[in-house]
Design a protein around this ligand. Structure first.
Ligand code: ADP
Ligand code: MG
Length: 337
């Protein structure tokens, strides 16, 4: 007999694609905070995010009459028509994250818009509304996710150690802190503040805050612009290369992604300058007209597809080559920050 799945089962299935580990929750919540226009975001995790994830922002908040709606699948304030899909300007647009997260954990949302006199708290356990009440809180939104996968034992088993899960989250928030240097970002792990950026918009100083002084040494600032694309970032002098690609960070239109074309572009940009098995540091923040890139490839939005791969690759590789050449003329790293 063919039947339509209940909302609860459908949400759990959808959750499988969006939420596969604590990192995916942190990513979705932080992206929502950025989309909400926050200038201040705190991320707190405990036990690798398995037992507790909190993301607090000072963004636009959600109106009292819309809090339940936010947790419905395909409920989004970010796009309206299918045409909007051709030029996405926000990080979210699928309206799937909150419903997916709520389906597989216990969630508390505390939120207040500027206009509202008081805030609202909504608790949802395993996709079911548990409690709603008025509450005093600052403007903005806090979402607390506890007991991830308590009702999906198969997923629970697949989570790795606290250390592994927290490392993934710390790496991700570190990247976000570089990409969004104009947002104050604070990261707390098991009660300890790992870093807190100043929100002054200076990526280079955030590299020092988030990674270390030693990482910032040997970096070359690059920046180029064409009619449809722009690139800003930092790459390392060939002699400051690493033994893995961990320090290669790619953002496309503000979205942290992995992309083969950008991998190749970095390789091409450095041709012959690196020993085998060595990888440069490359923090690349690439922008392209939204209609020239497809971000709607997978529910987790970790990949993008460019309309014109070769143009993108050449543009990035050329920018890197120019950056490296300019450095040859000036042997000392002269950062003007
Ligand atoms: P999407 O981000 O794809 O729209 P989500 O499920 O992540 O879908 O969120 C649903 C909606 O809830 C968003 O479109 C937005 O209107 C609202 N929302 C979620 N998080 C926040 C937040 N931190 N601040 C303000 N509004 C939020
Ligand atoms: Mg979202």
């Amino acid at each position: 007999m063919i039947k339509i799945l209940s909302k609860n089962v459908a949400d759990k299935i959808a959750a499988g694609e969006v939420v596969d580990r604590p990192l995916s929750i942190v990513k979705e919540l932080v992206e929502n905070a950025i989309d909400a226009g926050a200038t201040n975001i705190t991320v707190e995790i405990r036990n690798g995010g398995k037992t507790y994830i909190r993301v607090t922002d000072n963004g636009c908040g959600i109106g009292e009459n819309e809090v339940e709606l936010a947790f419905l699948r395909h409920a989004t304030s970010k796009i309206t028509t299918d045409e909007d899909l051709n030029s996405i300007l926000t990080l979210g647009f699928r309206g799937e994250a909150l419903s997916s997260i709520a389906a597989v954990s216990r969630v508390e949302l505390i939120t207040k818009t500027v206009d509202a006199k008081t805030g609202v708290s909504l608790k949802i356990h395993g996709g079911e509304v548990f409690e709603k009440s008025a509450t005093g809180c600052p403007d903005g939104t806090t979402i607390i996710v506890s007991d991830l996968f308590y009702n999906t034992p198969a997923r629970l088993k697949f989570m790795k150690t606290d250390a592994t899960e927290s490392t993934l989250i710390i790496d991700f928030i570190s990247k976000i802190a570089l990409a969004y240097a104009a947002i104050k970002i604070r990261l707390i792990n098991n009660g300890t503040i790992l870093f807190s950026t100043n929100g002054k918009g200076d990526k280079y100083s955030n590299i020092i805050t988030v990674y270390s002084k030693s990482f910032s040494e040997g970096l070359i600032h690059i920046s180029s612009e064409s009619e449809s694309m722009s690139l800003e970032g930092y790459i390392s002098r060939p002699d400051f290369s690493k033994t893995n690609r961990k320090q290669q960070i790619f953002f496309v239109n503000g979205r942290s992604i992995s992309n083969r074309i950008m991998d190749l572009a970095v390789q091409e940009g450095y041709t012959e300058r690196l020993f085998e098995g060595r990888y440069p540091i490359a923090y690349l923040f690439f922008r392209i007209k939204p209609e020239l890139v497809d971000v709607n490839i997978h529910p987790n939005k970790k990949e993008v597809r460019f309309n014109q791969d070769m143009e993108v690759k050449n543009f990035i590789a050329q920018s890197i080559k120019r950056g490296l050449l300019s450095q040859q003329a000036i042997p000392q790293v002269t950062e003007s920050h």
